[in-house]
Design a protein around this ligand. Structure first.
Ligand SMILES: *Cc1c(COP(=O)(O)O)cnc(C)c1O
Length: 369
């Protein structure tokens, strides 16, 4: 029997141990801890990669969201539409600027459904927050169209979307701002918490620059209210090292998705996520591999008994299941059904082709196919 964890945390270090040791020692011997060269380099590298004007490293993806909303001027009693299929952090960020999270449903590809968004727009709606979940970018052209027709801001939670594209444009770069998370298990993970805000808007960028560092401007003078939410320079150095391998990591994730597709595509009792296509409308990077499965709970137990750890996203708690937001359940019927069926199979750069084959064979045995 194999033992396949859902995510291999020690591998984050082991895969690049030598380079990471050098990077960490280098930062420590220089004593370069806060807002130093490594952070600036990382922000520059990421901005270049994403083809975006500004990137700011911040303490985590959740801070990125609420600071972004605050600097976008979203506040008391404003409504922000987001999918129920997201992490509580997306809604918490909206809550903590005094605004109201309004829950939209998902389409068949598990992304926010533009038709559902349309139905939820009221006089109070201020912004749409698409969530680029599982390493896929939703139909951002439709979202941008709706936003401009109704004079709404678009703020992207791309915590899970770094490197994914819609019509050749990267997740996080469509609206006023996008946010990214460097939580260890995310596509680009650091050794603790980390996040970023990306934007093409100069005025907004200046606000974030001050907000994350006590309201200080480029001369170091305090000129506005701010807080302390900076990405550690040490984490930035680690991210720079990891980033040098990012394209290979994405290719590997897409390769694993192709293998799942090849081995499981014909099964009738499960539905796979969209497969990786070259030159298509979507370019998916597979933060997660989330399937829909009949007899989901029994399948999960069966896989676990055979050494394969799977997860139900958000611990089975999409936003509409929280008591604060429960009254909105009627607007998300597809999400409600989806959460009886969804399951994430292992998807990360430390599983082998043989691991994937082993997992797929178990699933075939389970369904007797
Ligand atoms: C991980 C995640 C966040 C939060 O990011 P942190 O860095 O953990 O604060 C927000 N939204 C989504 C969709 C996420 O997956």
């Amino acid at each position: 029997m194999r033992n396949i964890p859902f995510f291999n945390y020690p591998a984050l270090y082991e895969n690049q141990a030598k380079d990471l040791q050098i990077a960490i020692m280098d930062v420590c011997t220089r004593g370069a801890y806060i807002l130093q060269e490594d952070l600036k380099n990382f922000e520059r590298n990421l901005a270049k990669f994403l083809n975006v004007k500004h990137v700011f490293g911040v303490a985590n993806g959740t801070d990125a969201l609420w600071m972004g909303l605050l600097c976008a001027g979203i506040g008391r009693d404003d409504e922000v539409i987001l999918p129920s299929h997201t992490y509580i952090a997306s809604a918490a960020a909206i809550n903590f600027v005094g605004a109201i999270p309004i829950l939209a449903d998902i389409s068949s590809d598990h992304m926010i459904d533009p038709d559902s968004v349309l139905k939820l727009i009221t006089k109070k709606t201020k912004a749409i927050m698409p969530v680029q979940v599982n390493g896929r970018t939703c139909d951002m052209h439709k979202i941008m169209e709706i936003a401009s027709a109704h004079n709404l801001l678009v703020v992207e939670d791309a915590a899970q979307g770094l490197g994914s594209k819609f019509m050749d444009q990267f997740a996080g770069t469509f609206g006023l701002f996008g946010t990214i998370s460097f939580y260890p298990a995310k596509l680009l993970g650091c050794f603790g918490d980390g996040g970023a805000i990306v934007t093409n808007n100069d005025e907004f960028a200046e606000k974030i620059f001050q907000m994350r560092d006590h309201g200080r401007n480029h001369q170091g003078e305090v000129v506005s209210w701010g807080i302390n939410s900076r990405l550690d320079n040490l984490q930035a150095a680690i991210l720079n090292t990891k980033f040098s391998n990012f394209s290979e990591d994405i290719s590997r994730r897409r390769e694993i998705a192709s293998l799942y597709q090849m081995y499981l595509g014909h099964l009738t009792k499960i539905k796979l996520p969209p497969s990786p296509i070259e030159g298509g409308i979507n370019y998916d990077v597979y933060q997660n591999y989330e399937i829909e499965a009949e007899e989901r709970d029994s399948l999960k137990v069966f896989l676990e008994k055979n050494g394969v750890r799977t997860l139900i996203q958000w611990s089975g708690m999409p936003l509409h299941k929280f008591s604060e937001l429960r009254s909105q359940i009627s607007s998300v019927p597809k999400t409600e059904l989806f959460f009886d069926r969804c399951l994430m199979l292992p998807m990360n750069t430390s599983i082998t082709n043989d691991d994937v084959l082993y997992i797929c064979n178990l699933i075939k045995v389970f369904y007797g196919e």
